[in-house]
Ligand binder design. Sequence first.
Ligand code: SF4
Length: 96
Amino acid sequence: MAGQKSNEAWDAWLRRLKKAVDAGYYRTESAEGEQTGFPWQGHTCGDCPFWLHDVCTVYQVARPANAHTCRYFDRPHREQGRARLYRRRWELLRSD
Ligand code: SF4
């Protein structure tokens, strides 16, 4: 009997978790008002280390702070972003 009750509680918790994940949240263990988005959600260019004074230094173009991020925002691709930035700077120096 106790086992069945704990299974029902587990099922209910799992259903809440799935519903929250589908809605884009990952913290379901506390009150709904305290649920937060996944860490990789809601990021913008303004949060990117390559963004400076409304300019993306990788692409060398104006980018508003609330623009969607590109692949270089993600940590595994940051080294590629840095290499692209340095290559671009080098090309600009050589063209002077
Ligand atoms: S590298 Fe990508 S995420 Fe970062 S500022 Fe430029 S466009 Fe935005």
